[in-house]
Write a protein that binds this ligand. Structure first.
Ligand SMILES: NC(=O)c1ccc[n+]([C@@H]2O[C@H](COP(=O)([O-])OP(=O)(O)OC[C@H]3O[C@@H](n4cnc5c(N)ncnc54)[C@H](OP(=O)(O)O)[C@@H]3O)[C@@H](O)[C@H]2O)c1
Length: 431
């Protein structure tokens, strides 16, 4: 807890939003004697809220401009979510020389460049620890504690909703659709879960982490993104049989040619990978640095108090700087401005798991082998599983490490053979 002598002036904070995270932040700040929450902006003044007793009716307002324009407020905490009006309000607050704390990954991943440029111009800071993995202190760990490292890889389970659904599919052997419905009923998934299940939410987060680790900006639309909608319990069980676990992975790695391989997609990861043991709504991030080696942080990626822990930590960081020198420390200001060169997914190197439905007749396996061989895809293991009543066979195949475009070429050729009924799934295997 922060505490300074009583002669120092209190740091005044304005909150934009008092929903799940905002409420947690107000609870966390109520323990501080140096911070005064001056105003809290909401949409609906009549909504029932579980706020600390210091936050009374006169602190709440629906006029959010009043907060960002208030000359007494030092720090604006944006916990509204979404792009607008968050972007407009944060921009106004920076122009009014206020420091910003935000939990908003959509905003940082999409408009970070313009906001950080403006913040640098105005000599204020934007802190955003809670925007990636809620309660896990990954951003400031990369920026400060691990700042002496050169990073080569970041890999994470960055979305709790999809990890909860995949865990349920594994434990109950039930379909994606059924597990999604259960997750919504229990409050683990939103009524519109599109951003989570499509991988978009994880893409925002890996883009933010990569930009910090590799000191370059990432354009969010260049992050290859695939969700978990096509995953079936069969894929999950086969991964287990082969010694892997199926997870939605956000990955960013720097190449020898300085391009960044950045993507989000379902992947088989080895059961020995620490991320394989991240279950339910938990998140995990593994980083590889030249000095620290491999390090994994695991914890709650969402929720009122875990997320508030990160937001309030950012506020403390700003308060400590402002109350000592009145100015932010340069180490905490985003310095990089150039954009990363992104490696296209077709050039990425992975192993692949394929599930192919074929006619059950002699020569099919040989035909597949020939096509893969012609496209320079080397097969590690091939199994024919059971024959269905419709006289089709299910072939599962694991390749050795290979460039993605070679596998795609082989798949395109396989699709044209009459004996292949369906490519049921193709999942990357991360070694
Ligand atoms: N929830 C989590 O566990 C979590 C974890 C990590 C990061 N985050 C991020 O934290 C941010 C906030 O999430 P949340 O879950 O706390 O959202 P939330 O529960 O929906 O709360 C949003 C708050 O903002 C207010 N608000 C929204 N639009 C407004 C507008 N146009 N004018 C005035 N007030 C407005 C709402 O007012 P009313 O209360 O009057 O409706 C509400 O108080 C998001 O960026 C989210 O991605 C959330």
């Amino acid at each position: 807890m922060l505490s300074v002598d009583n002669n120092k002036k209190k740091i005044k904070v304005g909150l934009l939003g008092a929903g799940i995270v905002g409420t947690g932040v107000l609870k966390a700040l109520s323990k501080h004697d140096i911070i005064e929450v001056k105003k809290v902006g909401v949409r609906d003044l009549n909504k029932k809220r579980n706020l600390p007793k210091e936050i009374n009716g006169s602190t709440l307002t629906t006029n959010l401009d009043d907060i960002v324009n208030d000359p007494e407020i030092d720090i604006v905490v944006e916990v509204l979510g979404g792009i607008e009006p968050a972007r407009e309000l944060v921009t106004k607050a920076i122009k009014n020389k206020k420091h910003i704390v935000t939990a908003n990954k959509d905003l940082i991943a999409t408009y970070g460049a313009e906001l950080f440029d403006l913040a640098r111009e105005q000599n204020v800071q934007i802190q955003f620890e809670a925007s990636v993995c809620g309660g896990i202190p990954i951003i400031n760990t990369l920026k400060q504690t691990l700042s002496a490292n050169t990073f080569t890889k970041i890999m994470g389970i960055l979305n709790g909703t999809t990890n909860y659904i995949l865990t349920e599919m594994l434990n109950k052997n039930e379909s994606f659709e059924k597990c999604l419905k259960n997750a919504q009923a229990l409050g683990y998934a939103e009524s519109d879960p599109t951003n989570d299940i499509s991988g978009k939410d994880a893409a925002y987060k890996i883009a933010i982490l990569a930009s910090i680790a590799f000191n370059q900006r990432i354009k969010i639309n260049e992050v290859y993104t695939e969700g978990i909608e096509k995953i079936t319990p069969v894929d999950i069980q086969l991964a287990e049989e082969l010694g892997y676990r199926l997870k939605l992975i956000g990955l960013a790695a720097k190449d020898n040619d300085n391009r960044i391989d950045i993507r989000v997609h379902p992947a088989f990861i080895k059961k020995t990978n620490p991320l394989a043991s991240v279950f339910g709504g938990n998140n995990g991030v593994l980083v590889r640095g030249d000095l620290v080696g491999e390090l994994t942080l695991i914890g709650l990626g969402a929720g009122e108090l875990p997320t508030a822990s990160s937001v309030a930590g950012d506020i403390n960081l700003l308060v400590a700087q402002i109350s000592h020198s009145g100015k932010p420390h340069p180490q905490f200001i985003c310095q990089h401005t150039d954009y990363a060169k992104i490696k296209p997914i077709s050039e990425s190197i992975n192993c692949y798991f394929l599930r192919i439905k074929t006619e059950d007749k002699p020569g099919v396996v040989g035909q597949l082998g020939t096509i893969f061989g012609k496209n320079e895809v080397s097969i590690n293991a091939l199994t024919q599983r059971g024959i269905s009543t419709d006289k089709t066979a299910s072939i599962t195949l694991l390749t050795h490490s290979v460039k993605e475009e070679k596998v795609q070429n082989a798949i395109n050729e396989i699709k044209k053979t009459g004996s292949v009924k369906q490519i049921e799934n193709v999942i990357r295997v991360l070694e």
